[in-house]
Design a protein around this ligand. Structure first.
Ligand SMILES: NC(=O)c1ccc[n+]([C@@H]2O[C@H](COP(=O)([O-])OP(=O)(O)OC[C@H]3O[C@@H](n4cnc5c(N)ncnc54)[C@H](O)[C@@H]3O)[C@@H](O)[C@H]2O)c1
Length: 339
C-alpha cells in the first residue's frame, strides 16, 4: 500500500512508519520537524527510517514541510495514496496554556488541509490521532467512545475534539471514510522529552528531584508504543464504514450513518503515578526524590480506556505491562544518551 504518514519524525509517527516500511508498504512521510522539543531526536528518528528502507522491502520518501501550507499539501497529494495516517499535531496539554495559537494552526488549519486533500483525491481511508484528553471533565470510568465529550479542559483537547467533528462533516458530505484514534498516554523507546517518563528518568538518573503533580494522586492508562502502532495499522487497514444500526433519534457519538468511527486505544489497565515511578526506580536501579505539587491547570486526574469497540472491530487489545515497557524505555534512554 502507498501510505501518507504525517508526523513521521515524531514519536508515534516514527514507530508507525518503521513498521509500515518493514511490512513492505510505500511510505511517504511528512513533517515540518519543528522545535517543540529537541529536533535532533527527530532527525535521529528520520535517519533510522532511511536506514530501515535500505534493508526492508518497503519504500520511504520524506517531505519536510508545514501542513498549514495548503499548496504544499495539495502538491504532496499529487501522488495517490491508498491510506492517509495523520499523526502530526501540536501535542502537549501544558504547552496549550501558553502557546494556544500553535494548536489552531497545527491542529485545526493543518487538519482542514488534510481533509480537503483527501476529499479531492478521494482517499480510501483517513486515520488520525485524537486523544484521551477529549474526555475532559468526564469522570465515568472507563472512558467510552459512546459517551458525549463536550467538556474539554484545555485548548489541546478542544482542537482534537474539533478534528473529530470536522472529520464527521467530511465523512457525511463527501463519504470520506475516517477513523479517529484516541490515544491514552503513549510511552516507550524514542519517547517525547516533554512527557513524564522521559523527564522522570532523566532526573532520577542525574540524582535530581522530580516534580509530581496532584500530590501523586494521578492514575493513567499508560499505553506502550508497539501496542499503539499495532492498533493504528489495524484500524487504518480496515476502512471505516457507515453503521447500519446508527439511530439518529439516539445518536451514538462513536459512529454514524456516514463512514465515520472513533476508537480508544489504551491499555485498559490504569496505573497509579506513584507505581509508574516505582517501575522507573526498578528499571534505573535508583531511588527518586519526589517533590509533591498541586494539580496543574488543565490536567485530568485519571484516565482509563474502554477498548471493547477496538477489540470488536479489529480484534486487538493493547497488553504490554508497564514494568516491561518502562524497562525498554530506560534501556533505550541509557543507550541513546550514553548514560
Ligand atoms: N504521545 C502521546 O501520549 C499522545 C497521546 C494522545 C494523542 N497523541 C497524538 O498523537 C499524535 C502523535 O503524537 P507524538 O507523541 O508522536 O507527538 P510528536 O510531537 O512527537 O510528533 C508530532 C510531529 O508532528 C510534527 N508537526 C507538528 N506540527 C506540524 C505541522 N504544522 N506540519 C507538519 N508537521 C507538524 C512535529 O514536528 C512532530 O514531529 C499527535 O497528534 C498527538 O496529539 C499523542
Amino acid at each position: 500500500m502507498r501510505v501518507l504518514l504525517t508526523g513521521a519524525a515524531g514519536f508515534i509517527g516514527f514507530h508507525t512508519a518503521r513498521r509500515l516500511i518493514e511490512r513492505g508498504d510505500e511510505v511517504v512521510g511528512f513533517d515540518v520537524v519543528n522545535s517543540y522539543y529537541d529536533p535532533s531526536l527527530k532527525e535521529a528518528r528520520l535517519a533510522l527510517l532511511a536506514k530501515a528502507a535500505m534493508t526492508a522491502q518497503g519504500d520511504w520518501r520524506f517531505i519536510r514541510a508545514d501542513l498549514t501550507d495548503g499548496a504544499v499539501v495539495r502538491k504532496a497529494f499529487e501522488t495517490r495514496f491508498d491510506r492517509v495516517i495523520h499523526l502530526a499535531a501540536q501535542a502537549g496539554v501544558r504547552h496549550s496554556l501558553t502557546h494556544p495559537h500553535d494548536y489552531i494552526s497545527s491542529n485545526i488549519v493543518a487538519f482542514l488541509n488534510i481533509l480537503e486533500a483527501c476529499r479531492d483525491q478521494k482517499t480510501p481511508h483517513l486515520t488520525y490521532a485524537s486523544t484521551s484528553s477529549v474526555y475532559g471533565a468526564n469522570l465515568k470510568m472507563p472512558f467510552s467512545e459512546h459517551e458525549g465529550v463536550d467538556h474539554p479542559l484545555q485548548l489541546y483537547a478542544a482542537t482534537k475534539r474539533s478534528n473529530e467533528l470536522m472529520a464527521h462533516a467530511y465523512s457525511h458530505l463527501f463519504r470520506l471514510p475516517t477513523t479517529a484514534l484516541r490515544f491514552f498516554t503513549v510511552y516507550g523507546p524514542w519517547g517525547r522529552p516533554d512527557m513524564a517518563l522521559f523527564l522522570f528518568t532523566k532526573s532520577i538518573l542525574a540524582g535530581k528531584p522530580i516534580d509530581v503533580f496532584n500530590n501523586g494522586k494521578h492514575s493513567r492508562d499508560f499505553t506502550y508504543i508497539d501496542d499503539i502502532v499495532e492498533g493504528v495499522i489495524r484500524a487504518s487497514d480496515q476502512i471505516a464504514e457507515p453503521n447500519p444500526a446508527w439511530d439518529a433519534m439516539n445518536p451514538d457519538p462513536a459512529s454514524s450513518n456516514a463512514p465515520y468511527r472513533i476508537f480508544n486505544i489504551g491499555n485498559n489497565s490504569p496505573v497509579a503515578l506513584l507505581d509508574y515511578i516505582t517501575a522507573i526506580e526498578e528499571a534505573t536501579g535508583k531511588k527518586a526524590t519526589i517533590r509533591f505539587k498541586p494539580l496543574q491547570a488543565g490536567d485530568v486526574p485519571d484516565t482509563y480506556a474502554d477498548v471493547s469497540s477496538l477489540i470488536e472491530a479489529v480484534d486487538y487489545k493493547p497488553a504490554t505491562p508497564v514494568c516491561e515497557g518502562v524497562r525498554k524505555f530506560v534501556e533505550w534512554y541509557r543507550t541513546y544518551y550514553s548514560e
